[in-house]
Design a protein around this ligand. Structure first.
Ligand code: IMP
Length: 195
């Protein structure tokens, strides 16, 4: 197996996070490194569908082994919303703050605040598709706390802790997160893959 993989994301933080998990054994290439500046479509209605759509785009255009991820925040009180629509919960051209404001407004003062982040990674290796997932349980608090992270981090407290993802040191968040769990499964699989 070639040790080169494209990670189909434009998010440099994610690339760095994943390179740490992959250690020196794998060469993780960004889209920029393969001269891909396309708007990769991501319009499916499941996390699996979106992750696969992005990975397939790269495989079909470049025939390089690749993987892509998609994440959603699933809130039980909202029947799993915003889920796959997490990035654009408050509308197409919205930002993280608008999404959080909408979430807190929809939840009101309900005591049922359980939620989880879930990530799905789709891998295409020599033309075959594989999926890995990771989730972290927690709860949504009713006001923002902390300045770190991104997205919904400032209102999410992981189970067993008292600080939001935005209050925890990045190293701690990145070692326990939904994405870290899914990526660790991916690299465990790749380290043991033989053909
Ligand atoms: P993506 O698939 O990683 O781009 O995530 C889709 C959306 O989910 C993002 O725009 C964020 O709103 C949210 N999200 C993903 N990962 C995280 C995270 O680690 N913390 C907080 N929000 C996240």
């Amino acid at each position: 197996m070639d040790n080169k993989f494209v990670f189909a994301t434009n998010n440099n933080h994610k690339i760095e996070e994943v390179r740490e998990i992959a250690e020196d054994k794998f060469d993780i290439l960004s889209l920029k490194q393969i001269d891909c500046f396309d708007e990769i479509p991501e319009d499916q209605n499941t996390l699996e569908g979106n992750a696969l759509q992005k990975a397939k785009y790269i495989w079909e255009k470049y025939q390089i082994n690749c993987f892509a991820d998609d994440t959603g925040l699933e809130v039980d009180f909202l029947n799993g919303a915003p889920g796959v629509f997490s990035a654009r919960y408050a509308g197409e051209a919205c930002n993280f703050n608008a999404n959080i404001d909408k979430l807190l407004c929809e939840m009101g003062d309900t005591p049922y605040r359980n939620a989880r982040f879930r990530t799905v990674v789709a891998l295409i290796l020599d033309g075959t598709e594989y999926f890995f997932d990771g989730a972290i349980e927690g709860r949504i608090i009713n006001e923002k706390r902390g300045l770190g992270g991104f997205g919904y981090d400032s209102v999410f407290i992981p189970e067993g802790l008292n600080e939001t993802f935005a209050e925890l040191p990045a190293m701690v968040k990145n070692s326990i997160s939904h994405r870290a769990i899914a990526m660790q499964k991916l690299f465990y699989f790749l380290r043991h893959y033989q053909r």
